[in-house]
Structure formats: C-alpha cells, structure tokens
Design a protein around this ligand. Sequence first.
Ligand code: ZN
Length: 659
Amino acid sequence: MSVNDEIKNLRLLVEKHNKLYHQDDAPEISDEEYDALYQRLQLLEKHKGNIDTTSPTAKVGSKPKRAFEKHSHLKPMLSLNNVFNEEEFLKFDERVTKWTGHSLTEYSVEPKFDGLGISISYEDGVLNKAVTRGDGQTGEVVTENVLTIKKIPTTLKHNPPKLLEIRGEIFFRLNDFQKLNQTIKNSGGKAFVSPRNAAAGTMRNLDPKIVKDRPLDVFFYGIGGQSEDFSCKSQSEFIEFLQKNNLPVNDKIQFGVASSIPNAVKAVLDSRDDLDYEIDGAVVKVNDFANQEKLGAVSKAPRWAVAWKFPSSEKYTKVNEVLFSVGRTGVVTPFAQIEPVLLAGANISNVSLHNMDELDRLDIKINDTVLVKRAGDVIPQITKVNVDVRDGSEKNVNVPNHCPSCGNVLKTEGPFLRCDNGMKCPAQLFGFFEHFVSRKAMNIEGLGYKINKHLINLGYVKEAADLFKLRKYEAELKSLEGFGEKSIDNLFESIEASKAPSLEMFINSLGIPEVGETTASALARFFKTFDKLKKATYEDLMQMDNIGGVVAQNIVDFFMRDPVGVKALQEVLEIKNYEVAADAHLDNLKIVITGSFQEFSRDELKQIIKNKGGVPSASISSKTDYLILGENPGSKLKKAQEFGVKLITEEKLKDFLKI
Ligand SMILES: [Zn+2]
C-alpha cells in the first residue's frame, strides 16, 4: 500500500471512530488504540506534506446530530495535545518558555474529567444558552437539558461581564451512574457502557423530562469568550470568579511552576481511586491569560495547555467465576470472569490469573470484590482482593484435576498445571493451529476462528500436516454453511502457496515453548537447514549467543516428543534452507530499534534488518551493536549510551541499511 493510500484509509478509519465516539456514544476501540491511529495519520501527513482541511486531523470531534438547534461557539472548543510523562511535559514547558520569553511560567493543574464538554453563555449575568461541544466549532443547543442541573446558577451575581461563555464538563457520579443503569435494566432497557456515554446520551436526549430524572453533575474550568469588561487576568482569578458565582469548580486544582507539576499530576493520579467520578488525566494550563494569548493555538489545539494522560486505570468489581483455560502448549491457566468494567476505554470481562502461585497469592474467591488494573496496552490484571467486604457468600475456587478440554489428568509443573495430551487435546490443537497459520508463521490466508473450529471439530485436521491434505474434503468444505465456494477455493490456493516456507517462518510456526519470531530467526541463521536443527543437542544449542538453557531444553524436548507431527509436515512441505543474501552486510549484528520513523514502520525495519543478515533485538545489552533511533525514543536511548552502543539516526538509516 502506498503512503497516500494509507493516509486515505487512516482518515476514513479515524472519521469512523470519531463518529462512533462523539455522535453515537458507542466507541468500538480503546482511547489508546484511537490515539495510535491518529498519531500515525498525523505523522504520515506531516511526512508526505499531505495536509488537507477535510482531514480529521484538521477538525475536532465530529459533526453533531440534527435534532437539536445548532450554535457556533464564540471561540472553537479545541482539543488538547497529550503528554504521557515528565519528559514530554518538560518539552512542552520549554516551548512555552521560548514563545512567551518568560521562564518559570506558572501553571494550573486540574483533573481531566471523562464526561461531556459543554459551553454555557451568560448575557448580562443571565444564563442564555448551553451548547455541547459538537465538532468544536458548532454544537447543539441543549439549554433546557442543562437547566435540569440545579447546581448551575441561572444568574451570576458577582461582577458578571456583558457576555461570558464558560466551559465545563457534564458527568455522572459513579453511584448515580450505577443506579441509573439499574433503573434502565429493570425497565428492560439497554444499560450505558460508561458514565461518559451516559452523560452524553442524557444530555442529547430530546426529552427534558427524562433528563430531569437523571442526576447529572458538572464542573466548570475554562473561558470560551468574554466581553471586554471581564476583569480576570489568569486562570486562578477565573477559578475564584467561578466560585464566587456558585459555579461548581473541582477542589483539586493546583498552581505551580514546571518543576512542581509532575508531583501535582501525581497527586491527582493518586486521588483517582477515591474519586466518585471518572478522570483520565490532568490538564495543565499556562495560568496567565496574557501569556495564553501570546501562545495562541495551532490548527486544533492551544499551545498553552496540554492533557497529561494517565497510563492506566483501575476499578473494583466482582468476581463471578474462576475458570481454567487450556493454551496451545497445554498450560492450564486460571482466569476470573468479572462483572464487566470499562478500563482505559476497553470493556473488560475476563482477567487472567496467570498461574497457581498467583491464585494462591491473591487468595481469590468467587464473589470476591477485586481491584482490576489495566495499564496502557498491557493485559488487565487483578492487583488486590478486598477482603474487608467479604460477607460470607464467597466460595473457594475449584482447582481441576482433569483437563477441562480433554479430561486428561493434569500434571503440576512448578506453578503451572499442564495437560500433556498434546494435539489429542482439542484446546491445544486449536491453539496450535491458530498460531501455525498466523501471519508471522505459515501465513495462510482465509483461515479464521470459525473455519478453524470447523476443521478441528469435523476431524479434518488432527495434526498440522492434515491442513495440506484438505483437498479430499473439498466437497464437504464447499457445502459448509457460511463458506462460499469461492472462499474455499481461495483457501486452497493460499495453502498451496505456503508449501515452501522459509526456515525461520517454519521454525516459528511450530510453536516451540518460548521460541518466538526472534529466536526462530536466530536458529535459522545458526543451523541453516531444518534437519540440522532437528538433530541439534543441548550443547549444540548452547553454542549460540542468545539462547539460554531453558529454551535449549525446550527445543530438544520438542523434537523428541514431536507433539505437532513434524515428520508428517516435512513430507508435505518443502522447507527452504537458510540462505544469506548477497547483500547481507549486517551479518549477525545485534540491532535494537526505538522510537518512530517517518519512512518505515518498525515491522518493516525489522524485516529489512533480517533480510540483510542482522538480528533485531528487543532490549539493549552489552551485546547490542547498534541502536536505531527514531522520534520520541524511550528509555532505550539512555541505556544504549550507558553501554556505549552505536547510534543510527533516521537521517543515516538508509546508508546504514544500504537501501
Ligand atoms: Zn487436555
């Protein structure tokens, strides 16, 4: 796909998710996933100079629904640029210093509420209009609905200017949200997935009578526009003005210079669990309005404020059941089915408990109240059981003696339970098969969850090699419901095309415990042919630089036990030998990649390095030869400098790779 095509696709995707989030209140992806899409689009546009005023990166949010009257904001309701850590915040502060010409700028720090943005105008101190954020330029007039919130004064008594537009966030407190959902469920309706969705859905309900019965709340924090007679000179003065006029203000707002901000943000983060409303970060603003003016805004975000996003979120919920699932290597993993919670934008209903030691450590019981945490894109975890709220209804977890999939007696290996029935265990066969056909393994298109299940349940695939003998079931497959003849033909084609895998892909496809992509490439490079690898002894394997004792033993055991039917596979496949390309000038160099790049994705870079004989590695050690340095490098840069690893910047990258 060309970069311009990718830009086009990304624009459509971002538009779609904008609409789902802002207009339909039904997000399908997490905020992190959205941020990733958005940032990639921004990057590509910048790189290609492909700037377009219709691109979602040039707009804020998405167009409002039609049923309400529309109204243009005095000044657009902008979104904020994000920072995620101290380093990024200090860069922001540097820019502020540069633009204002003042050092030691004072900032305000406020919790970033996860609700619905609102703009309310007062004319001569009388509430005139309330408008939702909409697309940032134009919102919907929801005055009647807003007036149901009794905390919002209809008149300002303390020094009101001729005209003042103030901005805030409408939200549900968590208790009120749960009660509301219960009421909706009791009357047979569909519950809201999150307090934010509930606030948005309620505020844009066309029937103010319904809105009146729902206890919405509000905090105010910003100015949208004002007449010249308004006297506030800073955010701190403005907050005072709001308080004097009985406009609800959050009590966690702090002020300070840059060096004190990380701690102030941490204080907001630490208070998060005790709050009865949802926040997803902190907003840091330049306090002085004259300086804000000087800094202005670029396209859709002000230069005088940033959102400091929190990396994770956690919530208490109830454990409904603890079950055990069988993975592709036979390890039986306990997991908790929980009362679903929305964490960092994703709805979580299952949480892995990893192994028996973890189960013991947590001493978790069914019906327990537990703290679930999700950090960034890391899988969710249970970090704590709240034993104080146990009421006697808790039940012990039943640890199985037999495999839940095949009934085989389970073995205990350290902290793990294992079913050693191999491919005779349906769960293991299925897990293996999904891995075997995946993109970085045999790369067979046209297979997915549904057809994989069929192939296994119908007994067409009992071991890996059976996949290459599917032709004999052609008629049966074509008559399967839900699979067209064409898709089965395509599947056959794709299977055919995969019959001569590269050595590294084939090794990766076998699913040897702890042998992933990187180790598979290293093995291919070292042994050159599959037969040599198969015959390798523990000592042979230990000759390699980056293979430890456990992995070496796994490999030896794997070929001895042959759980996936390697022999049969060798009969149907033509596994290529490893060949060093003529231009493999990176021969065996260990190369780590960090940050992002204008011209390459990290996967592309890894592939190029491999093609040139190099070894892409995940972490820096004394053995690392080079660090390829992209934009926004993480902690790896510092580590590389400690080890004296040579650095390659994007400027020099093409020369280095000889492309
Ligand atoms: Zn089993």
